[in-house]
Design a protein around this ligand. Sequence first.
Ligand SMILES: Nc1ncnc2c1ncn2[C@@H]1O[C@H](COP(=O)(O)OP(=O)(O)OP(=O)(O)O)[C@@H](O)[C@H]1O
Length: 294
Amino acid sequence: MSTFIEADGLTLRYDDVTAVDGVSFTLTGGKIYGLLGRNGSGKTSLLSVLAGYRRPSAGAVTVGGRPVFENAEVTRQICLVRGSGDAAVTGLKVRDVLDFAGIMRESWNADYAAELVELFELPLKKNVGALSHGRRSALGIVIGLASRTPVTMFDESYLGLDAPSRYKFYDALLAEAMAHPRTMIVSTHLIEEVSALFEEVLILDEGRLVLHDEAEVLRGAGSAVTGDAELVDRFVAGMRVLGEKRLGRTKSAMVYGELDDERRAQASAAGLDLGPLALQDLFVHLTEPTGDRR
Ligand SMILES: Nc1ncnc2c1ncn2[C@@H]1O[C@H](COP(=O)(O)OP(=O)(O)OP(=O)(O)O)[C@@H](O)[C@H]1O
């Protein structure tokens, strides 16, 4: 089946809360997509609808051209790993949870699952309920990666993981995406840590999609101007400054908007360094309550 996902006016309401508000996008598939949003922006709600866990209140979502909700043929092709929650089947051993995951998904790869179990040092004989928060998250990650489903979504799956384990997750995700390309959606607010993995980025704010673009395009949408504070201030005067960092006399200002060759030459002549825009700064700018929206 082709794995593209199409959302058209997708809306999810819980009584009087509109968690997802008329979201439309097309994901062509075979990439790692970053889903970014502040707390309560609707990431989990959106992923739940994409995975067919919930019926949209309005609008539609299709995977490979087919509706998702109550369509077992399609939902079998989707794996959504939610935090550490889904793996928390107390009373079952880690081994049993993995066996069950394998039965549920025809694309499951048991050898790869075993490799990942070793990588994350998961104790197979231990009861899932007795695992630490981080280990439970790791179990969810193993299930998501080893499922090899055409659509695999990780909803803040790093919660509770220490930094070395998070980097193991990012490395494994990238290696897997290269070896077995599929549609992976990773929701997060640890943007700087994972942004290098994303090929496309979607930003949600209060249930609405405020940005969907290729990560490369976003990185080129602005610049970090670094150098002597006074010179930086002079250079960025009149530009849209998204954020600033200062260390002694050195300053780095994140500016939005393209710099043409003439401006680049001016920066170079003034001894200023120009670097790519940090996704984190763009994210903060687009989702801050008083921020301008495009
Ligand atoms: N089961 C529910 N019943 C009622 N309201 C809900 C429910 N689940 C989420 N909401 C509300 O919907 C909105 C979006 O929540 P959601 O969990 O989808 O956001 P999120 O971006 O995943 O947040 P976080 O990053 O904090 O996990 C919030 O206002 C939340 O309070």
